[in-house]
Design a protein around this ligand. Structure first.
Ligand code: GLC
Length: 801
């Protein structure tokens, strides 16, 4: 039982026996003798929503997390009862609700196996201090059950044995096990007996999750207010659980522009203009690809948002254009704190229009941030969001800034206990007025949303790019994110790997870390190893606080510069591969990074693997995260894997030592994969793609691969102007066949594929393109098993001697 969380006033209260039951289309209501109502909504055959009231009526149903685009509908719904239970049956689930005490147990409808069962189930404590309830749920942890998810917790991928808090917090130089940090994603995944389910506790108050920490076989979660309101999401595949959760809380509203998947360079701060230019020029001079340059807080006049320091940046529009001409997209930071200054139009307007947050008794919420004393817009008010989005006109439409970085939006307040607003601050919350206790965890999300709306409007017809530090479930619809103020240590390189995987399995794939560490300074070796990991993170940015020296790719000597360049070049070659994974994420909610457990949950060896992960569908990567390493041991998931560097084939399901000097890293490609590649470019769009590389990895068997492409920006792809190639590889002892199925109306600029055949177990005898034997001269064999083939082929067969 969760111990008393407030005053031991009445202690825990429990539902009593069910006295009535009613059904309304897809929703069932069970009322107990002591006025508890359990509302069960069948959202999909595999998704049930449970909502409890302790006062017979429910508050207005509202959630910032759930998207209106979430799929709904089911194939089957049947309600029956026996002496002890009401029984809800869908095509995927059976949910039994005990008549005696409202406790539930959920089973797989196919094989009848138990998936999840209440222990005490729902219980609550009345809150003397704030009114309402402290709502609680406890469940039995099944034999050898493992737990994953929860957003950005910097702990082992498997959460078992630990307790966590969800309260978004500015966490400068956080460390391993720090909790809470910047995000609140109250979603976890349970896995036992090879079956997986998810629980999304959609409650924005401060909440807690205990995975068998307090009691060995009990998992519980509770919140300091609001409703016990959660979604049960069944798999049994973990990838389906994540996809369903992402469907529920939203996929990104559009693909990012392709350049946003390139390399980004950031520092606190690059100024004045001459310094910004010196940095960008150096990238071009040293031929290190880079697509984005950041302006941290010093570009502003006295840290006033939406202003420029004219001494440092006399003509921002000209500068931004010159940068763009050289391939650099400018990204500017915007924080929520608005400096108290009556001569500052943004402040004056928000004051006049009553847009700032207020304390319970009427005064403004005043707090210190970078500009000194500030007031803070109430982003939970739709009118305020509309106003805020309009403020981006000049920055985006007129000046040409291409992305906005929202920071300090926990909201962070300096020099106060708790580092944020006091509990009594009032919020509009879409007209459902409430205190900061309820709005805190979504404040940053709503700021990112308002920023996103501004960028969407003023970047049009280009796609918006936003990055946020604070987030609640669903923020992935609007913005990318990073893991906050980390430190330049080897341990932090390890930590960076985990929240990125965790975030991805929590619906938030567009994630990365401050490469090299934000606080303190890395040495060249640490920086190079971190860049290597960053290549395999969807968001790829170096950032540092700057007070500990330089952190650009050339800051650590030529040897490191060369290694960093080589890896950034790999990233640029892999852009069509990453873009395809991103498209799958946006279309289907499939996470871009997959912890090994998500890749193969049936293999128990994967359940505790932290370091190795799958990037996209076909690439296995594992960072080297200790100094002086010449390689490392790592686990290979079941299947066959080609060493990216040597093409050596490895049979998975076991651990191996992998050599990886500083200029290398363990990277493997799944046998049967077809990996699309672009040429190395200094920035996206530098070159017209005149040939698409397809690296084919032989397999004796079948494997499918995809390549998604479009105009790399804009919205035409939503009207069908995309190119999707589905490849099917069929490998036999003496042949390999590749079939191509193409859809979409986008014409890729290239005419040919450069097909590189890796791991062929035979010498080529004959090549057939669309059933016609083609002479070698025509397909241009390059001597290294590289063929140039027309992109329109539907079937290519290579026969061995
Ligand atoms: C916060 C951010 C960091 C930024 C700094 C100054 O610490 O997390 O990324 O550089 O503020 O704006």
């Amino acid at each position: 039982m969760i111990l008393s969380t407030e005053l031991e006033h009445k202690g825990n209260l429990y539902p009593s026996k069910i006295i009535s039951y009613r059904k309304d289309v897809d929703t069932l209501y069970f009322t107990t003798e002591n006025f508890v109502v359990l509302q069960v909504t069948v959202r999909r055959d595999s998704v049930l929503r449970f909502r409890y009231s302790t006062k017979t009526i429910f508050d207005k149903d509202f959630s910032y997390a759930i998207t209106k685009y979430a799929s709904r509908g089911f194939n089957h719904l049947e309600i029956t009862d026996d002496d002890e239970h009401y029984i809800i049956t869908t095509s995927k689930l059976i949910c039994k609700i005990a008549k005696e005490d409202l406790r539930k147990s959920i089973y797989d409808a196919k094989d009848g196996k138990l998936i999840c069962e209440d222990e005490l189930g729902f219980h609550w404590e009345e809150s003397y201090e704030f009114g309402g309830d402290i709502v609680k749920m406890s469940k039995v942890s099944q034999d050898s059950e493992a737990y994953y998810g929860l957003g950005d917790k910097p702990v082992h991928v498997n959460l078992k044995g630990k307790r966590f808090e969800n309260w978004v917090t500015d966490s400068y130089a956080y460390g391993r096990d720090s909790d809470p940090i910047y995000k609140s994603i109250p979603f976890y995944i349970g896995l036992h007996h090879t079956k997986s389910y998810g629980i999304f506790f959609d409650n924005t108050f401060r909440s807690f999750f205990d995975f068998c920490a307090e009691r060995r076989n009990i998992t519980s979660y509770w919140a300091e207010g609001g409703e016990m309101n959660y979604y049960f999401i069944y798999g049994p595949d973990m990838a389906d659980v994540v996809a369903s959760y992402t469907d529920l809380t939203g996929k990104p509203h559009q693909l990012p522009p392709l350049w946003a998947l390139g390399y980004h360079q950031c520092k606190w701060s690059y100024y004045p203009e001459s310094n910004v230019k010196a940095i960008t020029n150096k990238f071009r001079e040293l031929k290190i690809p880079c697509d984005a340059i950041y302006l941290d807080i010093d570009y502003m006049e006295g840290f006033r948002c939406f202003t420029w320091n004219k001494e440092y940046f006399p003509d921002p529009k000209r500068m931004v254009k010159e940068l763009l001409d050289d391939g650099f997209k400018t990204i500017a930071i915007i924080d929520p704190g608005i400096k108290i200054d009556l001569d500052y139009p943004v402040f004056k307007e928000a004051l006049d229009k009553d847009y700032f947050c207020k304390r319970a008794d009427g005064p403004y919420m005043k707090g210190k941030v970078w500009p000194g004393e500030c007031y803070f817009p109430d982003f939970t008010d739709p009118e305020v969001r509309e106003w805020w989005s309009g403020l981006f006109k000049e920055l985006i439409e007129d000046i040409g800034v291409r992305g906005v970085w929202n920071d300090m939006n926990e909201p962070a307040v300096m020099d106060v206990p708790g580092k944020t607003f006091p509990d009594d601050v009032r919020h509009n919350y879409e007209g459902l007025r409430c205190s900061h206790r309820k709005a805190h965890n979504i404040y940053g999300m709503q700021m990112a949303r308002a920023t996103y709306q501004g960028l969407k409007k003023f970047s049009y017809p280009k796609r918006p790019f936003v990055i946020t530090r604070a987030a609640y479930s669903g923020t992935q619809r609007y913005s990318s994110t990073w893991t906050g103020d980390n430190v330049a240590t080897w341990d932090h390189l390890n930590i960076a790997n985990i929240p990125a995987q965790r975030s991805s399995m929590s619906g938030y794939s567009f994630v990365g870390s401050d490469i090299g560490g934000f606080a303190e300074q890395p040495n060249g070796e640490l920086y190079a190893r971190w860049i290597q990991l960053g290549v395999f993170h969807p968001f790829f940015r170096t950032h540092s606080s700057g007070d500990h020296g330089d952190q650009e790719p050339w800051a650590f000597g030529k040897n490191i510069t060369d290694i960093v360049r080589k890896f950034i070049e790999i990233r640029y070659q892999l852009l069509p591969y990453l873009y395809t994974s991103f498209w799958r994420y946006v279309e289907e909610g499939i996470p871009i990074l997959k912890s090994l457990v998500l890749f193969d949950q049936a293999d128990p060896h994967t359940h505790y693997r932290n370091d190795e992960f799958i990037f996209g569908e076909k690439i296995l990567a594992c960072p080297i995260a200790e100094p002086n390493a010449k390689g490392r041991r790592m686990y290979f998931p079941i299947g066959e894997w080609y060493n990216f560097w040597t093409n050596e084939l490895i049979e998975g399901g076991q651990e191996f030592w992998v050599d990886a000097d500083l200029d290398s890293m363990p990277i493997f490609v799944k046998a049967g994969a077809i990996i699309p590649k672009y040429p190395i470019q200094q920035y996206v769009g530098e070159k017209e793609i005149i040939e698409l590389g397809l690296d084919v990895y032989y397999k004796n068997g079948k494997e499918t691969s995809q390549v998604y492409e479009d105009a790399q920006d804009g919205y035409d792809y939503k009207k069908g102007r995309f190119s999707l190639r589905n490849f099917k590889l069929i490998g036999k002892k003496k042949s390999v066949t590749i079939q191509q199925f193409k859809s979409g109306k986008f014409f890729t600029p290239y005419k040919t594929f450069k097909i590189k055949l890796n791991g062929l177990p035979f010498e080529i005898d004959k090549i057939e393109v669309d059933h016609e034997v083609t002479d070698f001269a025509k397909v241009k064999i390059n001597g290294d098993n590289t063929l140039i083939v027309n992109k329109e082929f539907t079937k290519l067969t290579i026969f061995g001697k």
